[in-house]
Design a protein around this ligand. Structure first.
Ligand code: AP5
Ligand code: NA
Length: 346
């Protein structure tokens, strides 16, 4: 890949570094843990045996995961130039952390993990039933991220030095003060701050910190289910995705000179780009069933592809087309992984 001449460290992300433990399971596995086939939940005590069970009985695969880290790895793959993206999150001091670090380094991602010696690295069970996947995240060390990690001089310099910032909604369950700190930095420097609705449970249970961050958000990503959950959480009397998107971009914003943009994905249906006065559709190239390995990571890859172009100052049109390209590629590979060189043509 050619060099894109974006500088190192231009993009900073924060999130939960998780190792995915992925396996095909029968429906009754989900039933036993009272999970649904398209869930994304946080593990409670009753879910804790899942991880061991997957490893012992279901030929589980270990894959680098964690939503923001996925997106940044994909952005790096497309950029083909190391260390453009910097990632912060908290891991334990163990073999899983080592695996995550290796995968990140292989992708060219510049990770600066906070290390919590008392907790294991977080894991996410990915329970695949046919074309569906159900996620159960045991955040463990990831849940112990603290803002002082961002305040350490070397890390503070990385945050100050970036031009683009991306944080998932998932991180709202961990450390809202860090999110607000990054959001305020972005705002003070007039730099774009991007977030993701991440999962319906975020809008259901973490609406307050989400709304505290929202005035800073320049671009918000989400899928259909997440947009509907957000609308329900706001008490909006509509299930029309376009209308929901318009209402999201119309929410209070601190920097009115840069109106908020919402980008809503809908699986193989067109991506919606919603701005103050317009809704545009971007078609998705539908994959045949036999081409799909698993859709796990599709949304994260979409964001990764988008970011890879956005940090180069490309138009939203190019960013979204690259998002669709990246998602389409990842779907044809296990988890949020890629193979070969990127083939995106602008
Ligand atoms: P997961 O939720 O599986 O991944 P995702 O990236 O969100 O992918 P989805 O399959 O859910 O896609 P989507 O519904 O968001 O998007 P859409 O279908 O609209 O999450 C995986 C990761 O989350 C794991 O690695 C895990 O570690 C992490 N995670 C879980 N819990 C966490 C937590 N608490 N904290 C941090 N991380 C956590 O599709 C998007 C795009 O894909 C479309 O626009 C299109 O381009 C493409 N696409 C989708 N379907 C098709 C199709 N059939 N054909 C062609 N293209 C398609
Ligand atoms: Na995949």
């Amino acid at each position: 890949t050619s060099s894109n001449n974006v500088r190192e460290g231009i993009l900073v992300g924060c999130g939960n570094p998780l190792l995915d433990i992925s396996a095909n399971v029968p429906m009754n596995f989900l039933d036993r843990y009272q999970m649904k086939e398209d869930d994304a939940i946080l593990a409670e005590d009753r879910h804790m045996p899942i991880y061991r069970e997957l490893v012992d009985g279901y030929q589980a695969e270990f894959l680098a995961g964690g939503s923001v880290q996925n997106s940044l790895r994909i952005a790096q793959w497309i950029l083909g130039q190391p260390r453009v993206a910097v990632f912060f999150g908290c891991v334990g001091e163990d073999d899983y952390a080592q695996r995550l670090k290796e995968k990140a380094a292989a992708a060219g991602l510049d990770v600066h993990y906070q290390v919590n010696r008392g907790q294991p690295t977080g894991t996410c069970a990915v329970l695949i039933t046919g074309t569906h996947r159900s996620l159960c995240a045991n955040l463990a060390a990831a849940n112990h991220f603290t803002i002082d990690h961002l305040e350490q001089p070397a890390n503070k310099a990385l945050v100050d030095n970036a031009k683009y910032y991306y944080i998932s909604g998932f991180f709202l369950t961990v450390n809202p003060p860090s999110i607000m700190h990054v959001a305020e930095t972005a705002h003070a420097k007039q730099r774009p701050f991007l977030m993701n609705l991440s999962a319906p449970f975020i809008s259901q249970f973490f609406m307050a910190p989400l709304m505290a961050a929202m005035p800073y958000v320049d671009i918000i990503f989400g899928n259909e289910a997440e947009a509907h959950a957000f609308a329900t959480g706001q008490g909006w009397p509509t299930d029309d995705l376009r209308e929901i998107g318009k209402r999201i971009v119309g929410l209070e914003k601190l920097n009115p000179s840069r109106p908020r943009i919402a980008i809503l994905t809908q699986g193989c249906d067109p991506v919606l780009l919603i701005q103050k006065d317009s809704v545009e559709e971007f078609p998705v190239t539908r994959l045949a069933v036999h081409e799909i390995v698993d859709t796990n990571g599709a949304g994260d890859a979409f964001v990764g592809g988008f970011l890879s172009q956005f940090v180069q100052g490309k138009s939203l049109d190019v960013c979204i087309r690259c998002g669709n390209y990246a998602a389409g590629h990842i779907i044809q590979n296990p988890g949020c992984t890629y193979s070969g060189s990127p083939q995106f043509v602008e």
